[in-house]
Design a protein around this ligand. Sequence first.
Ligand SMILES: NC(=O)c1ccc[n+]([C@@H]2O[C@H](COP(=O)([O-])OP(=O)(O)OC[C@H]3O[C@@H](n4cnc5c(N)ncnc54)[C@H](OP(=O)(O)O)[C@@H]3O)[C@@H](O)[C@H]2O)c1
Length: 277
Amino acid sequence: MGAYSGSTALVTGASKGLGEAYARELARRGADLVLVARSGEALDRVADDIRREHGVEVETEAVDLAAADGASRLIAELDRRGRVVDLLVNNAGAGTVGPFLDSAPDRNVASVELNVVALMNLTHVLGRRMAARGSGGIINVGSTAAFQSMPYQAAYAATKAFVLSFTEALAEELRGSGVRVMAAHPGATATGFFDHTTATMNPAYTDSPERVAAKTLDAYAKGAVNAYPGRVIMRVTTWVGRLLPRTTVTRTTGRLNRALGLHRAHDLDTPASPARP
Ligand SMILES: NC(=O)c1ccc[n+]([C@@H]2O[C@H](COP(=O)([O-])OP(=O)(O)OC[C@H]3O[C@@H](n4cnc5c(N)ncnc54)[C@H](OP(=O)(O)O)[C@@H]3O)[C@@H](O)[C@H]2O)c1
């Protein structure tokens, strides 16, 4: 609890799913919160609930972080309120599923804007302030998808590879500065992540968002640079890419994802894939 009590944590993507679980777990450990997502009403519902249950301060800010001015609008609002952020949890994330050439270009670009650009911009502005104070922390939510290329989630996995590489480098740059940076790599987690797609998650292989959130915060409190808050087998999958040739790993991942039907999956607002040779 000590790592969080009395601090202010900003959680992006806190209106549902893993972000909501991070918010609830941080509040349980005594942190005040700033909750961010696009859906203001959902954020307010989560905030009311958390205030009632844990008695911490909770503010909300509805902002589209994939918009070009999203991160700067959020920072301007924090400044207007005089809000100092001790812990930034860059959790908001999105991605397409299915063959890349059949996916909507806008959705792929938006996932890069959200998973990469907004994460980097918020880290830069709030990280500089933390470094100037000599204290603070940043948790970037990556994925086990970061550790190998993922046919049929090609752009999404690439954004998570960015999160992994960027976070590890920054953690090293800031080592000893009083500011800590960690990447969390959940495996399949029971959230609405695939809700806008035809893909589904097998409940037998998913973790609960509550458990993933608690394990992430435990790992951060212990000083980890990378956290693997899913089941052990998910961590084991991240070793395969370090041991085998990259082509072998990519082909095997492609085979597995075809077995899961991801080669036929698509976003609900894009048509099913035409037959390809
Ligand atoms: N679920 C999994 O299996 C899994 C596995 C590994 C990693 N992850 C990662 O975990 C993180 C959370 O995902 P999740 O599974 O909880 O997904 P989710 O249930 O779809 O929640 C995504 C959250 O991000 C917010 N969001 C989406 N687009 C946004 C935008 N443009 N601006 C601001 N907020 C936005 C959503 O709220 P609004 O729609 O209201 O904006 C929501 O609060 C992501 O980074 C994801 O990549 C998930």
